[in-house]
Design a protein around this ligand. Structure first.
Ligand SMILES: [Fe+2]
Ligand SMILES: [Fe+2]
Length: 310
C-alpha cells in the first residue's frame, strides 16, 4: 500500500471518529428514558416482518407477529455483535504501535458494540415482561462467535460489512417510514442505525485492507468460508423461525389449522431470510464492494449458494 493510500484511509478513520463523537448516545438518557414496551404497539414494521403474506391473521395476531419478530431482531443483533466486537478488538492489534487514528476508530467501534449488546439485552428484558412466557433464543452468542471467528478474517469482514449495510437499509427503507411502530422500539432502531453508519465505513476499510494481503488462492478459500458463514447464519434462522412460529401458535387464543400453522412457519423463515440475508444482498452496495474483490466465477459461486435462500 502506498503512503498516499494510507493517508486517505487515515482521513476516513478520522471521519468515522468525528461522526462517532457527534452521535454518541446513552442507553438510559437518550434511548430508553424510563419507558417500557406497550403491548398495543408493533415492534417491527411490516416491510421487515412480511406479515402481509399471512392474510388469515387478525389485527391482534398481526401485531403479535411483529412483536415476536421484533424481539428476535433485537436478539439477533445482540448475537452477532458478540463476534463483531471480538473481531474488531483482534484487528485493532495491528494499529497498536501504528496508525493511532485507525486504532481510536476501532476502539470506539468496539465500545459502541458493547453498548449495543447491553441495549439489546435491556430490550429483551422489556419484551420478556410485556409478552407471554415461552419465547426462546435458539443460538448462544459465544458459541456463534467461536464458529464465526474460526473462519478467515476476509470472510468474517465480508459477513460483518453485509450486516452493517443491511442495518442501514432496514432503517431507511422500512423503519423510518413506519407509522404504527412502538416509540421506544423506533428510538432503539434510530440510535442503533446512527452508530452503525460509521461501522459500515470501517468494515469496508478493514475488509479492503485484509483483501490486499491475500493471494489469489487464499481469497478463493475465503470465498468458501463466506459461503459457510452464510449457510451457518441460515441454520440459526431456520432454528429461530421454527421456535418463533411454535411460540406464536402456542400462545394464540385460537387453534390454527395444519395448513395455517405451516404457512406461519414458512412466512417467519422467509421474513428472517429477507431480513438477514436477502435485503442486504439485494442492496447494491454490498455486492459492489464484493464484486470489486472477487472474480466472476467466485461471484457466481456465491450467488449459486445463495439462490435457495433468496
Ligand atoms: Fe451495533
Ligand atoms: Fe456495528
Amino acid at each position: 500500500m502506498s503512503n498516499i493510500e494510507v493517508n486517505a484511509n487515515t482521513a476516513r478513520y478520522a471521519r468515522a471518529i468525528a461522526a462517532s463523537k457527534r452521535i454518541r448516545w446513552d442507553i438510559d438518557e437518550d434511548v430508553i428514558r424510563g419507558r417500557t414496551l406497550d403491548v398495543g404497539d408493533d415492534y417491527l414494521p411490516d416491510g421487515l416482518s412480511l406479515v402481509d403474506s399471512l392474510p388469515f391473521l387478525s389485527a391482534r395476531e398481526r401485531r403479535f407477529m411483529s412483536q415476536v419478530q421484533g424481539r428476535t431482531y433485537a436478539n439477533v443483533f445482540g448475537l452477532v455483535e458478540r463476534y463483531i466486537n471480538a473481531k474488531m478488538l483482534d484487528l485493532s492489534r495491528d494499529y497498536r504501535f501504528g496508525d493511532q487514528v485507525a486504532l481510536e476508530a476501532l476502539v470506539r467501534f468496539s465500545d459502541e458494540e458493547l453498548k449495543h449488546q447491553e441495549l439489546f439485552r435491556r430490550v429483551e428484558a422489556l419484551a420478556a415482561s410485556a409478552m407471554p412466557p415461552g419465547y426462546a433464543e435458539m443460538a448462544e452468542p459465544n458459541a456463534v462467535a467461536q464458529f464465526v471467528l474460526g473462519k478467515s478474517t476476509w470472510s468474517v469482514l465480508a459477513l460483518t460489512c453485509h450486516i452493517e449495510i443491511f442495518t442501514q437499509v432496514h432503517y431507511k427503507k422500512s423503519i423510518e417510514p413506519a407509522t404504527a411502530l412502538s416509540p421506544l422500539w423506533k428510538d432503539v432502531f434510530l440510535h442503533h442505525w446512527q452508530e452503525e453508519s460509521q461501522h459500515a465505513i470501517i468494515d469496508e476499510l478493514e475488509w479492503r485492507r485484509e483483501d490486499a494481503k491475500l493471494t489469489a488462492a487464499e481469497r478463493d478459500a475465503a470465498v468458501d468460508d463466506l459461503i459457510e458463514l452464510v449457510t451457518g447464519v441460515d441454520g440459526i434462522l431456520q432454528a429461530q423461525a421454527r421456535a418463533d412460529a411454535e411460540y406464536f401458535i402456542g400462545v394464540a387464543e385460537r387453534k390454527f389449522s395444519a395448513g395455517e400453522a405451516s404457512a406461519v412457519h414458512d412466512a417467519v423463515l422467509k421474513a428472517y431470510r429477507w431480513q438477514y440475508i436477502v435485503s442486504g444482498v439485494q442492496d447494491g452496495k454490498f455486492l459492489g464492494i464484493l464484486a470489486s474483490m472477487v472474480t466472476q466465477p467466485q461471484l457466481e459461486r456465491i450467488s449459486d449458494a445463495l439462490a435457495p435462500l433468496m
